[in-house]
Design a protein. Structure first.
Length: 152
């Protein structure tokens, strides 16, 4: 018999979970050595609940505790008739690691992309993020793409 409070569930984030999501979002930024403005953070949160925006968030919960999140975006592409799905952010708390929560979050996004009949699900990570790369190498293929950026 399993304890319902020990099970991990991945579901769409709820508006009343902002205060649980925010510290994880801040730790995610710390890892990537960025500091986004409060305005950007609040607008990001609003986008998750705006039906006009293709930006989504799901959280991994154990009982009522949020242990991780995934943000993803649907967008058109010149390479496909169907939309692509970009997994933009993925984070799991330290005490949630080692429980396959990251894999469950990716699988959740994969289901959402499949339901929308997306032509591709893809994401990026930094070269230094070797821990995440072990997961990514397990669940996906590395196509050898190199990203370039221009500051705007």
């Amino acid at each position: 018999m399993t304890d319902k409070n020990s099970e991990i569930s991945v579901v769409a984030v709820q508006q009343d979970e902002y205060l649980q999501w925010l510290p994880l979002w801040e730790k995610y930024q710390q890892f990537y050595e960025v500091s986004l403005s409060e305005e950007t953070t609040r607008e990001t949160w609003r986008r998750f609940f705006n039906p006009e925006q293709p930006v989504w968030c799901a959280v991994a919960r154990q009982g009522t505790t949020v242990l991780g999140f995934v943000h993803y975006v649907f967008h058109g592409s010149t390479w496909s008739v169907n939309d692509f799905c970009y997994l933009e952010d993925l984070f799991v708390t330290e005490n949630g690691r080692g429980k396959h929560i990251g894999k469950q979050l990716i699988e959740y996004v994969k289901r959402q992309a499949s339901e929308r009949q997306c032509g591709r699900l893809y994401w990026h990570t930094q070269e230094k993020n070797t821990t995440a790369q072990r997961l990514y190498d397990w669940v996906a293929e590395k196509p050898g793409v190199i990203e370039y950026r221009l500051a705007l």
